[in-house]
Design a protein. Structure first.
Length: 251
């Protein structure tokens, strides 16, 4: 799919079944990701379409014709970042002396400015991945197709390489399939229908996943997945550096 050939996006986000094509040479600069995330939070960028498969997750980003006036809500912005990285909404509400319902409304308002509707827990997988990429630069492989949308009507695709594979050796094959669906935002009943199982069976499997990963909920599980991936990547780089050092000394 080539972004320049896309029709004008509909007012509400739709879902792409295949990732937008991208050139691996267009890996984004880490400095650009905070700009994208800030633009989404203030409404100068919106999500026109989103989607994922089992190896990638993506967002089509659009600069809207009309940008809403900026609104400063430090509590909502801090909570949004924290929850998408795995913190509990109840814990954040207690820390800031606000009610759970007030915080939930603030979070829903934040994602609404991004042109995302529905339950906050169902936001596209690429959104929390973007937050992790901003908070921990270099942790994830990210690709940008198209230029940063700086003028009304411009759009680009942000594509993330998923890191679920790091869980394959930790979970059973059934649990691994379930956790992939969980990370994509599916609810217990959806996963049960997809797998031809009961909702109770899926709930028990997700509880088992949580115990193994010491995580609770979709965003916490994703956060632990990203952290395990980062540790594996660092271990691989360190091993490579030690090999080069040993080779240099041998010469």
């Amino acid at each position: 799919m080539v972004i320049a050939r896309l029709e004008a996006p509909s007012p509400t986000p739709s879902t792409l079944q295949e990732p937008p094509s991208f050139d691996s040479r267009t890996a984004t600069d880490d400095d650009l990701l905070p700009l994208i995330w800030a633009g989404l939070k203030r409404g100068s960028l919106v999500v026109s379409t989103s989607g994922n498969d089992r190896t990638h997750a993506w967002l089509m980003l659009l600069h809207p014709e009309q940008v809403p006036p900026p609104r400063s809500n430090p509590l909502a912005e801090h909570a949004l970042d924290s929850v998408l990285r795995g913190s509990s909404q109840k814990t954040i509400a207690l820390e800031h002396g606000t009610s759970f319902s007030t915080l939930a409304i603030a979070l829903k308002t934040c994602v609404g400015r991004m042109n995302l509707s529905g339950r906050f827990s169902r936001v596209p997988l690429a959104v929390p991945l973007l937050v992790h990429a901003v908070q921990c630069p270099g942790t994830l492989r990210v690709h940008l197709h198209g230029a940063f949308p700086s003028r009304p009507g411009q759009q680009c695709a942000l594509v993330f390489e998923r890191v679920d594979e790091v869980l394959r050796d930790i979970l059973s094959p059934t649990e691994f399939a379930v956790v992939q669906s969980l990370l994509e935002g599916r609810g217990y009943r959806e996963i049960a229908a997809e797998r031809g199982a009961s909702a109770r069976t899926v709930a028990n499997q997700i509880c088992s996943i949580g115990r193994k990963l010491r995580a609770r909920g979709r965003f916490d599980v994703l956060g632990e997945t990203v952290r395990r991936h980062a540790r594996l990547e660092r271990g691989g780089r360190n091993a490579h550096a030690r090999s080069l050092d040993a080779l240099t000394r041998a010469q």
